[in-house]
Design a protein around this ligand. Structure first.
Ligand SMILES: *[C@@H]1O[C@H](CO)[C@@H](O)[C@H](O)[C@H]1NC(C)=O
Ligand SMILES: *[C@@H]1O[C@H](CO)[C@@H](O)[C@H](O)[C@H]1NC(C)=O
Ligand SMILES: *[C@@H]1O[C@H](CO)[C@@H](O)[C@H](O)[C@H]1NC(C)=O
Length: 611
């Protein structure tokens, strides 16, 4: 299960072609002057060269600079030639710039931080017991919710079955014991876990119900479990441990004389087998006991019909996951809008997502709280989360940010309301890196040049903190299919008509209104114009014809930091998606090995329809 290098998506040869193409485009842009693209003459280049703020970064020097034995031939040829001003600059720029190696798409991908390792969390789902179709469907929906919630919290959820238990050498022993069905399943579940080894074992009704940086979740994510641990109040809902400890406990249980009287592994093993964590409130276990005592409406549904009951349970859990997320971000959701004059349409998808996230979830008991946080603040339609559209990025722990990163071409064309761009216009009339400079103005002040802002931006996108506190879209991508897996719950997609029909009956909730405008609202024709321009920019960026790719390179060359930010955000979100799809492929094979009951039925788990 080695992590795939994202670069390997492009064949090696293609990578080289890309690099060469980028270099050629770059050279043509700065040195060659095909007249049709209005590229500047050498005088003009020198003219502009003086205006280009050099990135304020420590100069890289080879350690042998002061070496007395150094000969002139060791110096890079371009630097040696002091008569050519722009050549020198080109060299300096190349050496000093932190992203000189990331001009090409593939090299840029390598700049992403390494993938964080996801520790495995296992659950056991026995497909060999007979169940009717409806029940199976309900359970599979709950498994999907389970997988999604743990995935969003940085884990690698895996559903184990009988075949993993049967792989364990002690399985035969279990068969000879002829235990009660409940206890038999419990031991089989442990055998499956022991077969897989070190990790977390959870019931599929055990869900993470806390902020990403919660202490217990942080501990579990570390992937090291010095003791076989269980959690006070969760019974068999959650364990973690190392392979040796798991198998040690299994051995003791299977040798114990009173295993036949036990109901769980906790009963069947000596007390000192487990370390008990008494203090935790980040994981919720929706056991039948909990449902009966806390969620009457769901319990009644379960008694009336298994299928409806499971449906209600799924809805309840999903609602709790969403309200937990909502209460983590008590300052609300900020839809980043750095240059507000002409970007209303550009940020519209982000506003949509923000509104859907702040909508109250459908729930059989809307006022209820998750079992682990009895004092929660349920979602109330009349007081939705605060939505704002600030021009600057704010690094506040209680604020969730949705950023829309435009390609510099897109931004220039929108900001200056121009259907087409040309190099002369870009260079004469536009500022460099306006997007990044504006967005980080508050965070970093106004004094820095674009490239120096990249580090903070990349941190906001790709650090562990960043992934939990912000979502970065690119303006050119039109569909956002993976949201549920990023947030860990099913984001509401249906809203009641915007009437006053708030019925107490569970059903679609009213969607909160869009955020209050913080800049002049564009008129309908202006908005239509923005849409038109964005569509044009999107297709221009897709255009592979040479004039267009050269113009694109020129615009990127002008706003290097904005282009780098855009590529970075795009590569990061692409990799995140690839990581998940790859995991689904792996899991599919795993679940498929289950034998009977496998095959097409599993397809529904994987949410295929919404790629
Ligand atoms: C250095 O400059 C001279 C002209 O002064 C030019 O002929 C030569 O090609 C340049 N060399 C390099 C490596 O750019
Ligand atoms: C935001 O704040 C967190 C915690 O205070 C910090 O770790 C992180 O580096 C900050 N991010 C940026 C982009 O400043
Ligand atoms: C947001 O919800 C609306 C319906 O309320 C839906 O049409 C739209 O597709 C949703 N958008 C996203 C990005 O989920």
């Amino acid at each position: 299960m080695q992590a795939r290098n994202p670069c390997s998506i492009l064949p090696r040869r293609l990578q080289i072609v890309f690099s060469l193409a980028a270099l050629v485009v770059f050279c043509i842009f700065f040195f060659g002057t095909p007249s049709s693209y209005d590229l500047p003459s050498v005088e003009k280049i020198q003219d502009t060269v003086q205006h280009i703020p050099k990135p304020k970064l420590p100069q890289l020097r080879a350690p042998n600079v002061y070496n007395p034995f150094r000969t002139a031939t060791h110096e890079p040829p371009v630097q040696a030639n002091s008569t050519s001003g722009e050549a020198k600059w080109f060299s300096d720029w190349k050496w000093r710039n932190p992203f000189s190696s990331s001009i090409t798409l593939d090299e840029n991908r390598a700049v992403l931080p390494p993938l964080r390792k996801r520790p495995p969390i296992y659950t056991f789902y026995d497909t060999t017991t007979k169940k009717d179709e409806e029940t199976k469907k309900g359970e599979q929906r709950l498994l999907l919710i389970w997988r999604r919630a743990w995935w969003a919290q940085g884990f690698k959820p895996m559903v184990l079955g009988r075949s993993e238990a049967m792989n364990h050498p002690l399985y035969q022993k279990l068969q000879q014991l002829k235990l009660e069905p409940a206890m038999e399943v419990e031991v089989a579940r442990w055998l499956a876990w022991g077969n897989m080894g070190t990790g977390i074992l959870a019931n599929w009704l055990t869900l993470p119900m806390a902020p990403y940086e919660d202490a217990l979740l942080k501990f579990l994510r570390r992937g090291e479990y010095p003791h076989l641990t269980r959690y006070e109040g969760l019974r068999s809902g959650l364990f973690c441990g190392e392979k040796i400890a798991i198998n040690g406990a299994l051995k003791k249980a299977l040798e114990a004389t009173d295993i036949k009287n036990g109901l769980s592994m906790i009963d069947a093993t000596p007390q000192e087998t487990f370390k008990v964590d008494p203090q935790h409130n980040s994981v919720a276990f929706y056991s039948l006991d909990t449902i009966i005592s806390k969620y009457k409406a769901v319990a009644e549904a379960l008694t009336a019909s298994q299928a409806h009951g499971l449906e209600a349970t799924a809805q309840l859990i999903n609602a709790h996951l969403q309200t937990t997320w909502q209460s983590t971000f008590s300052s609300g959701i900020a839809v980043l809008k750095p240059l507000p004059e002409h970007t209303t349409h550009l940020v519209a998808p982000a506003v949509e997502i923000a509104r859907n996230l702040s909508q109250c979830p459908e729930s059989p008991i809307p006022s209820s709280c998750p079992p682990n946080r009895p004092k929660c603040k349920p979602c109330v339609s009349s007081h939705p989360m605060t939505l704002t559209t600030p021009q600057v990025f704010r690094n506040t722990s209680t604020l969730f940010t949705i950023g829309t990163v435009p390609h510099p071409y897109t931004l220039t064309s929108l900001h200056h309301t121009r259907d087409t761009l040309d190099v002369r216009f870009v260079r004469r009339e536009t500022e460099r890196d306006v997007w990044l400079t504006t967005a980080t103005k508050e965070l970093l002040g106004t004094g820095l040049a674009g490239p120096s802002r990249l580090v903070a931006f990349k941190d906001a996108v790709a650090s562990e903190w960043g992934t939990a506190h912000a979502l970065w879209l690119t303006a050119e991508r039109e569909s956002h299919a993976d949201l549920d897996w990023l947030f860990g719950f099913s984001v509401p997609r249906h809203a009641a008509d915007d009437g006053k029909s708030e019925t107490p009956v569970p059903g679609p909730e009213r969607r909160p209104p869009p955020p209050k405008p913080e800049s002049p609202v564009p008129s309908a024709p202006e908005l239509a114009r923005e849409k038109d321009l964005l569509d044009k920019a999107r297709s221009a960026l897709k255009n592979q014809a040479r004039p267009m790719t050269m113009l694109k390179a020129a615009v990127e060359g002008w706003s290097l930091a904005d282009a780098e930010a855009w590529r970075f955000a795009r590569a990061f979100s692409a990799r995140r998606r690839v990581e998940r799809l790859k995991w689904e492929e792996e899991e599919r094979a795993f679940a498929g090995a289950e034998g009977r009951g496998a095959g097409t039925g599993w397809g529904r788990w994987f949410d295929r329809g919404r790629r």
